[in-house]
Design a binder for this molecule. Sequence first.
Ligand SMILES: *Cc1c(COP(=O)(O)O)cnc(C)c1O
Length: 362
Amino acid sequence: MSLIENIIRSDVRALAAYHVQDAAGYVKLDAMENPYTLPPHLQQALGERLGKAALNRYPVPTYAALKQAICSKLGVPTGYDIVLGNGSDELISMVSVACAKPGAKVLAPVPGFVMYAMSAQLAGCEFVGVPFKEDFSLDLPAMLKAIQHHKPAITYLAYPNNPTGTLFEVAAIEAILHAVGDQGVVIVDEAYQPFAETSFMPRLPEFPNLIVMRTVSKLGLAGIRLGYMAAADDLLAEFDKVRPPYNVNVLTQTTAEFLLEHVDVLDQQAVKIRQERERMSALLKSWSGVQVIPSHANFLLIRITAPDLSGSAVFERLLAQKVLIKNVGKMHTLLANCLRITVSTPAENALFEAALKISLQP
Ligand SMILES: *Cc1c(COP(=O)(O)O)cnc(C)c1O
């Protein structure tokens, strides 16, 4: 046996490395990034603030000031605390590790965010995916049946969902929270909350098993890696034990505190993106050969329906025109011929629309 075979878990060896396309020279619409940067006066003020940050010190271990700012500015209900993560990906990993009793299961509707299954597997939990209905709405009877059968320790609901952009019905989420009861936690992942204008955050007091997870990534700060989750104190205390020490660095902490003082700037960027999403989706709906799935996020999921044309062919044609989107057609059978496009600036969106128009020609 080789060194690798001697030491690396077979399930890890079997994993394919996460492939990220090199985007240099492309209109980059593949990763749900906010296209807008900070206005120059804020860039300068942030630079000064970062210059004064205590880089020689470990972060304050409680992160009290940053947590306080997040709770007060981002709508965490009074009496609720948060745990911070190096992106919400790290929070997903922390919850998976903390809940990984022998035989523990993790459940989510599919197709969904790939890290739910990945983190579950790495933590040694079994992942159970429950397919959506054809229109990407929740199959509530199937979800409830799976919950009863598998008794998942963790159930994820991305609200809105990635890669579909759909919002689940509030009553369906409530039914799932009740069905899970004290057998598990339900994580409502609100990564796209700034574009959805709805949230389960205010509902925390009603559900002791509810965790509301968010990130600042899609809001315009993907580079700083910061996520947070709010839940009842007794749950958070357990998750905090598996949090790596000092997992949020001083530069991230300082940047986040600064931007929360100017959160209106990010909110306005989100408004522009929502407007563009509505304009683009109306435009693409008027074209033949594409179906547009109604989106509540900062991306559009479309399906190529033109005869003799596949989603992959359109993806390649766009790539040849230097437009990079995400080909999700192979992720799940329900996503056949589907493509996911991040909503960007009006100028970049126009480049995409022109390239797509050409790509749809037979
Ligand atoms: C992007 C995304 C995340 C991860 O966000 P990070 O904070 O950047 O790690 C979590 N959940 C969903 C549904 C996402 O799309």
